[in-house]
Design a protein around this ligand. Structure first.
Ligand code: ATP
Length: 216
């Protein structure tokens, strides 16, 4: 934000951590939080947290703590200002097509810049303003556009071989929507979202525990 003093880099690095935790707190209806609670949750010592938060103009009150809503509003604005993270989507099937239309832009500083597929019907088209390229072009385009994150919505049997190509292309993170469990080196982060399993789990818990109990 223009009217905010510059935040030290070390503090800026901790923002996403704070933000994620505060969003969860907010979602669970909590309106305030102490630096001790935050410290415990995000594993940053409370003196550092107090100093970090003083840069945001958030001065915790003794016996009250910090206003969760204020902090979240601040983080949202500040983080949105960050550089856009460029994303590639691989596999323009039903799910992939839906993501291209959705494109995550509304609330996040991420954007799907390009998509890849092997199907002649899809390659060369644009879906939701996102161009679809052939897989043969993968490495070249990822490098040229400095893509950092890939979303995988391909059939499971091809997921690992595509992942290996992504790893060689210096991708930093993969959001895996295929049921395949991916092997990657430790410097690559993979988040696995198996929608079928999530749905089955929900149904299972509804049957056996009902709605009230929290599922960990
Ligand atoms: P979804 O699972 O997303 O609902 P779908 O049922 O429409 O998709 P799938 O067979 O799962 O289709 O394939 C998803 C997409 O992945 C298709 O567009 C397909 O052309 C593409 N695809 C298949 N093999 C590869 C590959 N090796 N590389 C890239 N894309 C591929």
């Amino acid at each position: 934000m223009q009217d905010q003093p510059k935040i030290p880099q070390a503090t800026a690095k901790r923002l996403p951590l704070y933000y994620r935790f505060l969003k969860n707190l907010h979602a669970s209806g909590k309106q305030r939080v102490s630096s001790a609670e935050l410290s415990e949750a995000v594993k940053v010592d409370s003196a550092t947290i107090r100093r970090d938060f003083s840069y945001f103009g958030a001065l915790g009150k003794k016996g009250y703590g910090y206003n969760v809503h204020y902090l979240i509003t601040f983080f949202r604005k500040t983080l949105d200002q960050d550089e856009l993270t460029k994303v590639a989507l691989i596999g323009v099937g039903n799910l992939g097509t839906a993501f291209l239309h959705y494109n995550f832009l509304k609330n996040n500083n991420t954007k799907i810049e390009m998509a890849f597929d092997v199907s002649n019907e899809k390659v060369g088209s644009e879906i939701g303003d996102v161009p679809v390229y052939h897989m043969d072009e993968l490495e070249r385009f990822l490098e040229v556009e400095d893509i950092q994150v890939a979303i995988l919505t391909v059939p499971a049997p091809v997921a690992q071989s595509i992942t290996d190509r992504l790893v060689s292309s210096d991708i930093k993170g993969i959001l895996n929507f295929t049921p395949a469990r991916l092997n990657v080196p430790s410097h690559i982060r993979v988040h696995h979202i198996d929608l079928a399993v999530e749905l089955q789990t929900l149904v299972y818990f509804l049957k056996h525990y009902g709605a009230a109990e929290e599922i960990q």
